[in-house]
Structures are given as C-alpha cells and as structure tokens.
Write a protein that binds this ligand. Structure first.
Ligand code: PLP
Length: 394
C-alpha cells in the first residue's frame, strides 16, 4: 500500500474507534416524510431539511419534467459564456422580489455562494466579524479572503459590539451570521445585529439556508422574523432545503454587490450553470410558498405540537420556534443507541455528538415538516416515550 493510503487507513480506524465514522444509510424511495430503507422497511423521516414537504410535491416534479422538455438537460457552460437561459434570469428576478432585494445571483450551491462572497468583496483593508457557530461554508469563504477575521461567541451581542468598537480603523466591516443555527434551532438576533451594524457603520450578511421560505410572517426568513429585511445587506441561501430540496444557492443584495459578484466571484465564473430542471422547479417552489400560506401554517402547527408534547413526556429540548428540535440526551453513546433503537421502531433521526456539538451536549436533532401528519407526530412521541423510559432519560 502507498504511504498515503497507510496513513489514511490509520486515521480512518481512529475515527471508527471513537464511534465518529459517518456511514450513509441507503434510501430506496424519494425523499418524504415516509421513506423506504433497507429490508423494505418504511420509516418516518425526522431528519430531512424538507421543511415544507416540497421535495416530492407533484407540481414541482411536473415543473422539473417540463423544464427538461422545454430547456433541455444541461447547459454545458458557465453563465457568462453560453449558460444563461431566460429561466435563470427569471428565477433571479423572482428571488429578488421575494426577498425585497435589488438583485440576485444563482450558484450551484449555497456553499459556493458563501465560498465566492467574501474574497470578491473584501481585501486586507477590511474586517470580517463572524459568529462562532457559523456554517462551514461561511468559515471556508472567509478563509479564502485576505480580510482580517474576528469571531464572537454565538449570538453574544456584547462581544460583537466590543469587536465593532475596536475595528473602527478598517475600511469596510461586515458582520456575517447564520440566520438559524442548525444544531440549536436558534434564530440569530438580527434586530440587535442590524442596529449595531448601523451604529458602527458595518454591513450585514445573513446565510438563511435554514429559514428561507418558512421563517417569519411572510416566510422570507430570519430577517423577516425580526422585521429587518431592509437592514440586511446581503442574504445567501439554498434551494436545497425548504425550496424543493434539489440543489442550488444564491446571493441577494444591491445591484452593485451582485454585479461585482457576476464579474469576479470564482465559483460563479468557473462552475457550470444551474440545471434547467432545477431552475424551473425552484420557480414553482417559490410560487407555491407564496400562494399556499397553509404550508407555513401547518409547519408552525406541527412544530408547536411536537415541541409541546416532547416536553410534556419529560424530555429536555432547546426551546424556540424553529422546526429543528434538539432533544438533549447529553451522553454521546446513549444518543447513538437511542437513535438506532428508535429507527428499528420506525423513526429515523440522527444523533449529534462532539465535535459537531460541545462535549456532553449530545442530542437527537428532530426536524419537523409540513408533510408530517398528526398521526406521524403522535407515533414519534410514543416511540420517544418508550425509549426515553428505557434509557432513563425521562
Ligand atoms: C445547508 C447549508 C448550507 C449549504 O447549502 P448547499 O446549497 O447545500 O450548499 C450553507 N449554509 C447553511 C447555513 C446551511 O444550513
């Protein structure tokens, strides 16, 4: 074996010994609240980002199929050579309208949107101020940029303000945050962040991947929730979660910012156009969520029901309103066993432990969807109760 393979094998063995090896479970059906796993077993899925249940919505499937028929399978090009169709233009316009921003640029993922954001807009004269719990794609995007980096503890507004006070000498300053922190389901304090930004003349970037389409009174995301949509300068988000769940991402901001990204953002310039079927399906998803307010209402109802019931039977959760419901188990091994036990009873959830979450804060992260029925939710609660008792958790 080559020496690289030997080294890697050792490292992989260590990952396995620590119980941190991630294996992928095969799904034999489309994504939905019910999925088929190995052995033709039907299980209820409580770990998808399919918040509005659109991943397998018939109108979205049809839009994708019609999109292929009308616009073909792929563009075989980046956007600026010969990869821009009318539908790309249309989707960018519709997203801008939805988020009340001047302009939008599509990427093949939100990871790319974040990867191509900071380096394009900022340089060594600037400062980037980042929440400690920001998504990996923000962290990597910042790494590519020459600006000076500053980090504040999760949602700690005193620390953010103290950084703003001592970074006045920088030319541009940007505060960057997830709109929703995915391990806790907490919504970023965008009311305080935007007012601090105004006070200290900084701009604000929010990655709203876990919020676009369903958080806030009009489902426009975490800035909508805090009623500060006009005070957030840059929004990045994904088409791969609530908005149909295929893939793709985008950045929405002023004309100047978006036009600069079109000129210089590397994941945009040097990576293929978003496939036509995804563009057409995403247009349909945007249309559906704006027309059918019931989707969001049902998600809210389901979330409140589940959060209340799981607390009632004695589990400790991280409080909040988001359909991400972290159920605290604390012990990593028990969390693992719990997840694998309840899978056998038909409930598919994932246990998260260190280093994804802090030591001794292992948890089961449940994600609620519009597509869960009351019966599904009640069944999940019943199973949680049974195994909560078995492991003395409740
Ligand atoms: C899921 C997620 C991403 C990645 O989105 P993709 O479009 O799948 O690349 C980026 N940021 C946050 C906060 C996310 O939750």
């Amino acid at each position: 074996m080559s020496s690289l393979n030997k080294i890697l094998k050792k490292e992989l063995d260590i990952i396995k010994e620590r119980g941190l090896y991630k294996s992928e479970r095969l799904i034999f059906s489309p994504q939905n609240s019910k999925i088929i796993i190995k052995g033709n077993n039907e299980v209820l899925n409580f770990c998808a980002n399919n918040y509005l249940g659109l991943s397998n919505h018939p109108d979205i499937l049809n839009a994708a199929i019609n999109g292929i028929k009308k616009y073909g399978f792929g563009l075989s090009s980046v956007r600026f050579i010969c990869g821009t169709q009318t539908i790309h233009d249309e989707l960018e316009k519709q997203i801008s309208k939805f988020l009340n921003k001047e302009n939008t640029i599509l990427y093949t993922s939100c990871f790319d949107a974040n990867g191509g954001l900071f380096e394009t807009l900022f340089n060594e004269n600037d400062a980037i101020i980042s929440d400690q719990l920001n998504h990996a794609s923000i962290i990597d995007g910042i790494r590519l940029c020459k600006a000076k980096r500053f980090r504040y503890a999760n949602s700690n507004m005193e620390e953010l303000e103290s950084i703003l006070k001592r970074t006045a000498k920088f030319k541009q300053r940007i505060i960057t945050t997830d709109g929703v922190f995915s391990m806790d389901g907490f919504i970023a304090k965008l009311d305080s962040i935007t007012s601090l930004a105004k006070k200290y003349n900084a701009i604000v970037h929010v990655d709203d991947s876990h919020a676009t389409g369903f958080i806030g009174p009009s489902g426009k995301g975490s800035a909508d929730y805090h009623n500060v949509l006009d005070k957030v300068d840059i929004i990045t988000s994904t088409l791969g979660k609530a908005l149909g769940g295929a893939s793709g991402g985008f950045t929405s901001a002023s004309n100047e910012i978006i036009n600069t990204l079109r000129q210089r953002s590397r994941p945009y310039l040097f990576s293929n156009s978003l496939a036509p079927n995804i563009v057409c399906a995403s247009l349909k998803a945007l249309e559906i969520i704006q027309k059918d307010k019931n989707l969001q209402g049902q998600l809210k109802k389901n979330t409140i029901f589940f959060r209340n019931e799981i607390k009632k039977i004695g589990f400790e959760i991280k409080d909040g309103e988001h359909p991400i419901v972290p159920i605290m188990i604390r012990d990593a091994k028990i969390a693992q066993k719990f997840a694998s036990d309840i899978l056998k009873s038909g409930i598919y959830v994932i246990a998260f432990s260190y280093p994804v979450v802090p030591q001794n804060e292992a948890r089961i992260r449940v994600q609620i969807s519009t597509s869960h029925t009351l019966k599904n939710l009640k069944f999940a609660i019943k199973i949680f109760k049974k195994y909560g008792e078995k492991y003395n958790l409740i």
